[in-house]
Design a protein around this ligand. Structure first.
Ligand code: KG4
Ligand code: ZN
Length: 350
């Protein structure tokens, strides 16, 4: 048996996992930094990197101990190097490089988004490729055509907020805790999803892109009132909050499911794999299954425990190793686009 140690530190979870070459996850340790960032209402990059630094070695130790695997048993080290926060990614990559150099074993760098899709491989015994891949997380809403585990062709993405980000921002408006997704899902159970008619942006269009900022604003105006309007806003009672949550969730799910259906049709694929934090949403899972039953496509959902950030999904590194994709020890991180908080009335001129 061969063992892979995978490391994940792209955002605010410090994670390590041991996965064998039969794709059995022997350990999956995730140290959340939730309590460090909660007070700020979002992830503070500098705090995240420092916390990764403190946690990375204990997390790796725990992953090895609970898998009953020693450093000497490892065949390779995998690490997420893109996209993410630069300081956070560097902590994981430095730990991974050091282990690979000292143990003289291969280093494999993985793309965090592709790994979110690969998490679906843990749900089934057969190969998940070729497939449509969909990542719905706090940072991304990306649809891909994936002919193989080594090829992810982007079909569409959000042009503004990611779906998870919209859940988080709407939760704030409704006075719910961060992260907002699970809290909205809970509150929506008591609400009427037809109480408010919210926009389903791009749903009727062929393009496979998303936009959630109009929906978020529509909810804000319903909850707090429209600026410069003298119309009285009804009090935000528990029932009204639940109705807003349910109607919002319904609109997001309609769009996500609709675009999956379109992607399957447009690319003539028979399978779709869905991962990322928002893929844990129960209504979305049910509706996706309904769509799959109607279209005859095979739906593979990431197991709920592998939807939010974790290192086990770095198991995609086994596929890269098979293809000989080993990273040099002088490789670097690729943070990609990092969205900074927007300031009203100011535009970046460059
Ligand atoms: O994949 P993830 O852990 O991190 C990123 O890579 O961004 O996703 C986190 C996002 C958060 O925005 C959170 O609100 C959302 O996933 N989320 C959910 C649920 N659980 C987590 N959204 C809707 N329903 C859920 N049950
Ligand atoms: Zn993620």
């Amino acid at each position: 048996m061969k063992y892979l140690l995978a490391i994940e530190s792209s955002c605010d979870e410090t994670a390590a996992a041991v996965i064998d070459d039969n794709l059995q996850v022997l350990s999956n340790v995730v140290a959340s930094q939730f309590e460090l960032h909660e007070h700020f209402g979002g992830v503070v990059p500098e705090i995240a990197s420092r916390a990764h630094l403190e946690r990375i070695l204990p997390v790796i130790d725990e992953a090895l101990t609970s898998a009953e695997v020693t450093l000497q048993n490892l065949s390779a080290i995998a690490v997420a190097t893109e996209p993410g926060l630069v300081g956070s990614l560097l902590v994981g990559l430095t730990a991974a490089k050091t282990l690979a150099a000292v143990l003289q074993i291969p280093l494999v760098t993985v793309n965090h988004i592709e790994a979110h899709i690969y998490a679906c491989q843990f749900a089934v015994a057969h190969d998940i490729f070729p497939t449509i891949g969909f990542v719905i997380s706090g940072g991304h809403t990306n649809l891909y055509d994936c002919p193989s585990p080594l090829q992810f062709d982007l079909l569409g993405a959000t042009i503004d907020d990611a779906a998870g980000e919209a859940f988080d921002k709407v939760a704030k408006v409704l006075g719910l805790p961060y992260p907002g997704g699970p809290a909205i899902g809970q509150l929506a159970k008591q609400g009427d999803a037809t109480a408010f008619s919210f926009p389903r942006t791009f749903l009727k269009e062929k393009r496979l892109d998303f936009s959630f900022s109009g929906l978020k604003t529509a909810l804000l105006y319903q909850a707090m009132g429209t600026p410069n309007s003298h119309k009285e806003v009804p009090p935000l009672t528990t029932q009204r909050r639940a109705n807003l949550a349910a109607s919002f969730q319904e609109a997001v799910v309609d769009v996500l499911v609709g675009k999956c259906r379109q992607a399957l049709e447009q690319k003539q694929r028979q399978r779709i794999c869905v991962g990322g934090g928002v893929a844990a949403n129960q209504l979305l899972r049910t509706r996706l299954q309904k769509m799959a039953n109607e279209t005859g496509a095979e739906l593979i959902l990431s197991p709920v425990e592998y939807c939010t950030d974790n290192a086990a999904m770095g198991g995609i590194a086994w596929e890269m190793l098979k293809a000989g994709k080993i990273a040099p020890l002088d490789c670097n991180v690729t943070p990609g686009l990092v969205r900074m908080p927007q300031r009203r009335g100011r535009r970046n001129k460059n």
